[in-house]
Design a protein. Structure first.
Length: 232
C-alpha cells in the first residue's frame, strides 16, 4: 500500500465494521457476509503526501455461533505500484450483550500474513471496545475502545497503540449516518465520516471520506466506498 494511506481500510477493516473501526455487531451462526472495499484518490499533485491511487480489499465474514464471527481479508491490492498482498484472518467475540440496557463489549484480533512483496513476516492488530445504543433514539450508537498494532503493520519498525471510536445514527431504515476514528499519526490514523444505504434488504452500500490525522492539508485525504452483501 501507499505508506501514508497504507493501513487504512486494509489494516483496520477485518470484520463487520463501521468504516474502518470494527462494529459491535456479530453475525449469527451460519450467516455469511461478503464485502468489497474500494479507496481511491482521483487527482494527483506533486505537493501531496498521498498521490493518485486506488485500493481494493475483498473480504468475507462468517458467524460461528457463541457470539463469535470469523473473517478473511485480502489486502495490499493497490494501483499504481507493486501489490503487497496480505492475508488477514480475523476473529471477533461479543464478550457482553446487555440487551435492553444498550451496552455491548467486543474484543477481536486480526493476524497479518504478507505473501507478496513483503516488508515484514507477521503482524497483529488487537482491540477491545464498548458500545452504547441509546433507547428512545432512532438507533443512535456510540463506540469507544483501544487498539494495539504490532511492529510494521501501520508504522515501519514500530508498534502503535491508541483509541478507536465510532458513531452510528439511523435516519431511515435504509439510510444511516456513520463516522469512525483511529487516534495516532500512522497508516490507520484517519477520521472517516459518511453514510450507508440499503438499496435491497441484503445489500448495503457505503460512502465516506478519509481524512488523515497528519498531512491532511498536504493531500492526505481520499474517498472510501464499499458494497456489502448478506448471502443468507
Amino acid at each position: 500500500m501507499l505508506m501514508v494511506a497504507g493501513g487504512l481500510s486494509s489494516t483496520a477493516r477485518a470484520q463487520q465494521t463501521i468504516f474502518n473501526v470494527p462494529s459491535s455487531d456479530v453475525l449469527d451462526k451460519g450467516k455469511v457476509y461478503g464485502e468489497l472495499d474500494v479507496t481511491f484518490k482521483p487527482n494527483d499533485d506533486d505537493g501531496n503526501v498521498v498521490g493518485r491511487f486506488s485500493s481494493f480489499v475483498p473480504r468475507v465474514v462468517v458467524g460461528t455461533g457463541g457470539r463469535v464471527e470469523v473473517g478473511l481479508n485480502v489486502t495490499g491490492n493497490v494501483q499504481p505500484g507493486s501489490d503487497s498482498t496480505t492475508l488477514v484472518p480475523a476473529i471477533k467475540f461479543k464478550a457482553y450483550d446487555g440487551g435492553d440496557n444498550g451496552f455491548s463489549m467486543v474484543v477481536g484480533d486480526n493476524v497479518f500474513i504478507p505473501v507478496r512483496n513483503k516488508s515484514y513476516d507477521l503482524g497483529n492488530y488487537v482491540y477491545a471496545q464498548v458500545s452504547k445504543t441509546f433507547p428512545g433514539t432512532n438507533g443512535t450508537r456510540l463506540t469507544a475502545g483501544a487498539y494495539h498494532f504490532s511492529d510494521n503493520v501501520v508504522a515501519t519498525g514500530a508498534q502503535r497503540a491508541g483509541g478507536q471510536f465510532g458513531f452510528e445514527q439511523s435516519v431511515t431504515p435504509r439510510f444511516t449516518i456513520l463516522a469512525d476514528y483511529y487516534t495516532g499519526k500512522h497508516a490507520a490514523g484517519y477520521f472517516t465520516p459518511g453514510f450507508a444505504f440499503k438499496p435491497h434488504p441484503k445489500v448495503t452500500g457505503y460512502v465516506g471520506y478519509q481524512i488523515g490525522n497528519s498531512g491532511a492539508s498536504n493531500g492526505n485525504h481520499f474517498f472510501y466506498t464499499a458494497i456489502g452483501i448478506n448471502f443468507n
